[in-house]
Design a protein. Structure first.
Length: 206
């Protein structure tokens, strides 16, 4: 999926939910620093910063398979980069940090992301693979704890539409009150037809 399409879809979604996302001017940052994609406002006041990541699902060259560890490592790397971007713009973490992932591959979905942030692949309360002792997990646990709200969006590229969305709230965030309100405002409307029943079921706290 094109990064430009992902940004357009998220920008339009935020606008549809009465927010005003503005692309951040990187000239105010120090040389070499990158910012998150949007400073999101409402009624003229800053509400949160938002970064959009668009990972790709690729086969392992040697095995020609998708691997849990490779996928989790890639997603953790995106989280680590996003934290640096947020820090460049909001070093005191004065506003909530919202990290949105978009995927157009059915095998790269919200459940993969849940495995990634928890460090274990588990189904029906049975752990299939424990990655918590992996270096890439240990080195990025603080990054995961720093993000206030994760949102996973599954996208149909042909229709240029988000068809599934799952929210993950950081219950330990110092900005949890603000995050709960943002989360509530970003729940899909029925008219958006984004499987809101599944959203309510899978809206989780970390």
């Amino acid at each position: 999926m094109r990064e430009s399409l992902a940004l357009e879809l998220i920008e339009n979604y935020l606008k549809n939910h009465k927010y005003h996302p503005a692309r951040i001017e990187t000239k105010r940052l120090q040389s070499g620093e990158k910012s998150p994609d949007f400073e999101v406002k409402k009624t003229g006041k800053s509400k949160f910063y938002c970064e959009v990541k668009t990972p790709k699902q690729k086969l392992n060259d040697k095995t020609q398979m998708f691997h849990w560890t490779t996928t989790a490592s890639k997603l953790r790397a995106f989280i680590h980069t996003a934290v640096k971007q947020f820090n460049a713009c909001d070093p005191k973490h004065s506003y909530p940090w919202v990290l949105i992932f978009t995927s157009d591959h059915f095998q790269l979905n919200w459940s993969n992301f849940a495995h990634c942030i928890r460090g274990v692949v588990a189904y029906n309360f049975q752990i299939i693979k424990d990655m918590r002792n992996q270096r890439f997990i240990e080195e990025t646990n603080e990054d995961v704890r720093t993000i206030d709200l994760f949102i996973w969006c599954q996208v149909n590229v042909k229709d240029e539409k988000i068809y599934q969305m799952v929210h993950f709230l950081n219950k330990d965030s110092e900005l949890f009150v603000e995050i709960k309100l943002i989360n509530k405002n970003l729940i899909p409307y029925a008219s958006e037809n984004i499987m809101d029943k599944n959203l309510r079921k899978y809206c989780q706290t970390l």
